[in-house]
Design a protein around this ligand. Structure first.
Ligand code: SF4
Length: 437
């Protein structure tokens, strides 16, 4: 049988376009397809997906920062076969506009409001809006235990409580900390306002984004506190959820299969790929706790105290053709050697090139691959001006010197992010180059 071939445009998507299931994106290790889900699946359904990743791809899976599964190493011939086989699994696949809700939505007693009905209404209404930017995203956040505050969104609705009344704050562009607040609305108004804004953005052309409507509304409230998914959560009706993730967002399919088989054996009922490259498994408390022990023994992140949870590393070399460095090797070494620096107050951004896929927002400290080695950037993006340039061979010693500086200069009650910000680029540069011949 001849394999169906991809439409040529899907093989030549512009960089930055979403690598959806039917429109995979070319990367350094072949085509990458994204499986975005709108609801939970069973552990055995994830096993099925992992098996397809091994059959059609190179058996490597990513979980994105937004909680999408990504299957790597596909060929032009195998990508359409994966598409057909994934669709045959009858999973709750997301089609069309990305309207995201927190992974505990509707199960979380602490939520101000269940965001799913609003998300469903926006998803439905947006079907009639043609011409939206390919990466357009809407976040609807019910303000529960796990929030999506740090994810960038074109349009964001956040539940707020005033007395007994529940309203929805409408924000445009950026993260929740940087987005401009447009209005506070009731549920029906929130849906129609979001659809109106989507219509307006579509009429501005398919490159228009929420920030284009919000240029004069943007603000900087600093980082909002975020809760790590790598924890045990108590939900309604004594349901529990435990967050588990592969190191640096990527895993071999067989390792995820082993985790899911163990989850099934323990009676875990369902799971969701979730924010911060995690998988949330839902079940009774003993099952969740036992699964976390199994996961930790097998190299997964299970605790926010794990320094690997505080590094945002893109796939890097050799997975991405644009990469100058093996980001994950640098990340492993940094997590081992500088765990004191990685206290959870910031994400250390390790980027294979200035595009900065793994952390589009500024970071307290970023490392960016260059032809000559690495650039070190303070309070910025991978594209920003570095305070020092180092060789790959100097990386471990330089980062240790920066970590030592932070450790010795930290004031009582200060965290690493605040200390890095206070020290500033000049002090960091002096420490970075101090050990050089
Ligand atoms: S940031 Fe990383 S994944 Fe993105 S293009 Fe550059 S090297 Fe590739």
């Amino acid at each position: 049988m001849t394999a169906p071939s991809l439409h040529p445009t899907t093989l030549h998507m512009r960089r930055g376009a979403c690598p959806a299931l039917s429109a995979p994106m070319m990367t350094g290790d072949g085509l990458l397809a994204r499986v975005a889900l709108t609801d939970a699946i069973s552990p055995l359904q994830l096993v099925d997906l992992c098996r397809l990743a091994r059959i059609h791809g190179n058996g490597i899976l990513d979980i994105s920062a937004r909680g999408n599964l990504q299957i790597r190493g596909l060929s032009e011939a195998s990508a359409p076969l994966l598409d057909a086989d994934v669709r045959a699994l009858n999973l709750p696949l997301r089609e069309g506009l990305a309207v995201e809700t927190p992974p505990l939505a509707g199960l979380d007693d602490t939520e101000i409001a269940d965001p799913r009905p609003i998300a469903d209404a926006i998803r439905l209404g947006a079907r009639d809006i043609a011409g939206l930017a390919p990466k357009m995203s809407v976040v609807v956040d019910g303000h529960g235990q796990l929030r999506l505050s740090h994810l960038l969104a074109d349009i964001r609705l956040v539940a707020v409580k005033m007395g007994d009344d529940i309203s929805w704050k409408l924000l445009l562009g950026g993260s929740e900390a940087s987005a401009g607040v447009l209005a506070t609305l009731d549920e029906a108004e929130a849906v129609s306002a979001a659809l109106d804004l989507l219509g307006k953005l579509a009429s501005m052309g398919n490159g228009a984004r929420g920030r284009d409507l919000a240029a004069n509304l943007l603000r900087d409230n600093g980082e909002l506190p975020t809760t790590s998914p790598f924890d045990l959560f108590v939900l309604a009706d004594s349901l529990h959820a435990v967050g588990i993730g592969p190191a640096f967002a990527q895993s071999k399919a067989e390792d995820v299969i082993a985790l899911c088989v163990e989850a099934e054996r323990r009676g875990v009922r369902f799971l969701k790929p979730a924010l911060d490259h995690s998988l949330l498994f839902f079940g009774q408390r003993p099952a969740c706790e036992a699964l976390a022990v199994f996961a930790a023994e097998n190299g997964f992140i299970t605790s926010a105290a794990d320094p690997r949870a505080h590094i945002a590393a893109c796939p890097g070399s050799p997975a991405c053709r644009s990469a100058s460095i093996a980001t994950r090797d640098v990340a492993e070494e940094t997590a081992r050697g500088c765990s004191d620096l990685l206290d959870g107050s910031f994400k250390l951004h390790i980027s294979g090139c200035p595009k900065g896929c793994a952390h589009p927002e500024p970071a307290a400290l970023a490392l960016c691959g260059t032809f000559a080695g690495l650039s070190l950037i303070a309070q910025g993006k991978a594209t920003d001006l570095p305070f020092a340039d180092i060789t790959i061979a100097d990386t471990k010693a330089t980062l240790r010197r920066l970590a030592d500086l932070v450790r010795s200069e930290k004031r009582a009650g200060e965290n690493s992010a605040a200390c890095l910000a206070r020290l500033g680029a000049d002090r960091l540069a002096a420490a970075a180059i101090s050990g050089r011949p």
